[in-house]
Structures are given as C-alpha cells and as structure tokens.
Design a protein around this ligand. Structure first.
Ligand code: HEM
Length: 423
C-alpha cells in the first residue's frame, strides 16, 4: 500500500513539474515576444543638441514649455531631448499623455524629482509628487475624504461664501472710495484665498503667528511668503547636478543653502501653525480641519509627513487658483465685449441677488471663460517628471527603461482647442 502511494506521489510530482515547465516556457516566450515587439519599434524622434550638454542651451527661456511646444510643431507629439546626460521624453499631446498615464501606467508609475523638489517635498511625501504606491493610495484617499471630495466640499462651503463676500465688499469699497484709481486685484484676492487655504488646513484664518524656532512673529503676508511664494521660487531653482548625476559628488553649496533655508523656514512655520491648532482642539474653534482629519485617519504617518501633507493643500489652493483667476480678470479687462456678455449671463441668472454656487450650472459662458483661461494660461504647464522603470512604448515608439517622461500642457493643444471652442 505504502509502495503504491509512494508511486502515485512521485507520478503526481513528475506530471505537475511537466505542467509547470510547459506553462513557464509559454509565459517566457510570450513575454520575450512582447519585449521584442517593443524593442523593434522605432526610437522616439530626437531634437538635435550639442555633445555633453545636449539641449540645455536651447532651453534658456524662462518658460521652457513654450520651447517644448515649438519643438512639437517640428518633431511631433512625442520627442526626446538630452538634458546634460539625462534623456527626457517629452509628450505634447493629449493622446500621448493619456497613453503614458493610463495604458502604460504600470511601466511609468514612479516619479523622478529634481534635487530641489526632493528636499522641498521631503522626498516625495506629497500626493502630487509621490510614486503610485501604498503611501500614495493612503494620502490620496485622505485628501479626497478630508478636503476635495463632494462631502468635504459641502462642509467647507461657508469658507468659500465668506471669500466671495469679502472680495466683493472690498472691490465695492474701492470703487466707492477711490473711483479713479486702479484696483490691485491680486492683493485682495491673494489675502482672501490664502485665508481659505488656512481655514481648510487649520479650521481658522491666521493674522499672525509666533514662530519659536525662528524667534519671530510673522504677519499673514509673511506667512504667505514663506509657505507659498518662497516654495514656488524654490521649486524651479536649478541645480546643474540634476543634468550631470555622475558629478553629484561636487558640492553646490549656494544651491543647497538656498533650498535648505526655504525648507527649514517652511517646516518651522508649519510646526508653529500645527501647535497653535492643537492647543485649540476641543475649544470653540472649528475642529473639522484637514490637520485633525489626517491625525485621526492616518496614524502611520510621521509628524513631518503630516506637516508636508497639510502644507500641500495650502500651496495647491493658494497658488493655482490665484494665478488662474488673475489671468481671467486680465483677459476680461482686455476684451470688454466678453466682459459684457458674461455680466449679462450672470445678471440673467441671479438678477439683483448674490450669485450662489448652486447656480454654476446655469452659466455656461462663465464656464467657457474659466476653461479658456486654463487652456491659455495653465498654472501647471509642466507636471512632475515620471520615470519608465521598464521598457515600454508610447505613440508607436520604443521607450527604453530608465527614460524620464515629461508631460507638457502645451500651447499647441491650447490653440487647437481654442479654435474648436470658438467655432
Ligand atoms: C486652477 C486650479 C488647479 C490646477 C490648474 C491644477 C493642476 C494640476 C495638474 C496639472 C495636476 C497633474 C499633476 C500630474 O499629472 O502629475 C494636478 C495634480 C494634483 N492637484 Fe491640482 N490643480 C489645481 C488646483 C488644485 C487644488 C485646489 C488642490 C487642492 C488641494 C489640488 C491638488 C492636487 C493634487 C493632490 C494633485 C495630485 C493628484 C495625484 O497625483 O493623484 N489642485 N493639479
């Protein structure tokens, strides 16, 4: 009996080994076939540059996305450039961007950050710059449930109502008291919008804060400078070692000092605001803020990660919306007929009453003005670079592992889409 069961175990083992080897070989030949399909594809068109520095000298313009757009008219919606020793694949159309971000997502799901961004994001501790991993899933869920999702937005409605009320009463006061003087829209809107960002983050607006680590009291304008203005400036600071990683052993002291100073001041101010908020928990202040949400929902996060994630909502709210609104007002001022049509549309909907969020669906022209502004003056024309960690393809071209993939929200698309929307 024991002999027969021994034989049947051996037979079972031999047969299952054959089956395993058969399927393993099939799998191997299938993936080899796929890989060879990818590598027989043509290489991405190359923008000619110089030896060693590549295309660096051709990208001296302050707005590199404009150069990228010009090149797309010559080399097409996907092309490759050399930034020193790194190869960068630039995507200039909705189709190639969609293919990279959706269809080929599994091969391009990590980020490549510049030296400045690595420090300023505390090594990818933000939703917008993290790799698409478990950390990203956790913090994105928190952001949606705690701030950006429909329910959270309903709870924060009174912040936005107060913003509209305050901006319009300041504009009316200016028109009444200084009818001949131009109005500084940015000063008014920036102050109020930053107030909304602080309320979302900490449950209250802040007029000043004592920052123990710096030994100073900062006004709201100074807090804005440290948390928003200086960080935007830092994000585009260039470290030449980004382009020549093999020279990273050479110190770049002035760059490092600048970035570290900005990063430390930002953390010091965030810590002061967080401590101030925590002292008030349980008192009469609004406890429904993003800081409290993160602290109760994401207990695995470190203190520094929480500070960066709360700061992320401040910078994303205070900068993008400010810049977009400013450009919209600029375009409206230049086109009085568009302004008149917009005024009429709004008056038809709300008459002499104040405009309400619920009425947004009844003002398609306002929606058009907003989208046209975003297309023409995208506040985020270049998004953080992604990294292909395995061979893949985009737009019918071979994209080798190790390529850096850059998405441009290009003016080429803008012009095309503008023509479509005008017609
Ligand atoms: C006019 C306003 C805004 C514009 C034009 C804008 C633009 C963008 C763009 C282009 C991206 C894509 C980045 C990428 O693909 O890598 C992005 C991502 C993101 N934005 Fe905004 N944004 C705006 C407002 C906001 C606001 C108010 C928040 C609030 C906190 C926010 C939070 C985020 C986050 C968290 C991501 C990353 C999403 C992810 O990777 O899953 N944005 N934004």
């Amino acid at each position: 009996m024991a002999f027969f069961s021994m034989i049947s175990i051996l037979l079972g083992f031999v047969i299952s080994s054959f089956i395993f080897i058969f399927f393993f070989k099939k799998l191997l030949s299938f993936s080899r076939k796929n890989m060879s399909e990818v590598s027989t594809l043509p290489s991405v068109p190359v923008v000619p540059g110089f030896p060693v520095i590549g295309n660096l000298l051709q990208l001296k313009e302050k707005k590199p996305h404009k150069t990228f757009t010009r090149w797309s008219e010559i080399y097409g919606p996907i092309y490759s450039i050399k930034m020193g020793s790194s190869s960068l694949i630039v995507l200039n159309s909705t189709e190639t961007a969609k293919e990279a971000m959706v269809t080929r997502f599994s091969s391009i799901s990590t980020r490549k950050l510049s030296n400045a961004l690595t420090v300023l994001t505390c090594d990818k501790s933000m939703v917008a710059t993290s790799d698409y991993d478990d950390f990203h899933k956790l913090v994105k869920r928190c952001l949606l449930n705690g701030l950006l999702g429909a329910n959270a937005q309903k709870r924060k409605r009174h912040y936005r109502d107060a913003l509209i009320e305050n901006v319009s009463s300041k504009l009316h006061a200016h028109a009444r008291d200084h009818p001949q003087e131009p109005v500084n829209f940015r000063a008014i809107f920036e102050h109020e919008l930053f107030g909304v960002a602080l309320k979302q983050a900490f449950g209250k607006d802040v007029e000043s804060i004592y920052v123990k680590e710096l030994g100073v009291t900062l006004s709201k304008d100074e807090i804005f400078k440290v948390l928003v203005h200086d960080m935007m400036e830092g994000a585009i600071d260039v470290d030449w070692r980004d382009f020549f990683p093999y020279l990273k052993w050479i110190p770049n002291k002035s760059f490092e000092a600048r970035i570290q100073q900005k990063h430390k001041r930002r953390l010091a101010v965030m810590n002061a605001l967080i401590q101030d908020r925590l002292k008030q928990n349980g008192s009469e202040s609004d406890d429904d803020c993003y800081l409290n949400f993160l602290m109760s929902e994401a207990k695995t996060l470190t203190k520094e990660q929480i500070a960066i994630l709360v700061w992320e909502t401040i910078i994303e709210t205070a900068d993008t919306t400010l810049v977009t609104t400013e450009w919209a007002i600029y375009e409206l001022a230049k086109h009085p007929s568009v302004q008149d049509r917009l005024c009429k549309e709004i008056q038809n909907v709300c008459g002499g009453e104040k405009f309400k969020e619920e009425q947004l669906s009844q003002v398609p022209y306002l929606n058009g003005v907003f989208h046209e502004t975003l297309r023409k003056y995208s506040p985020a024309p270049l998004v953080p670079i992604r990294y292909a960690h395995e061979d893949t393809q985009i737009g019918g071209y071979h994209v080798p592992a190790g390529s850096e993939v850059h998405r441009v929200i290009s003016h080429f698309e803008v012009h095309l889409q503008s023509l479509v929307s005008k017609s």
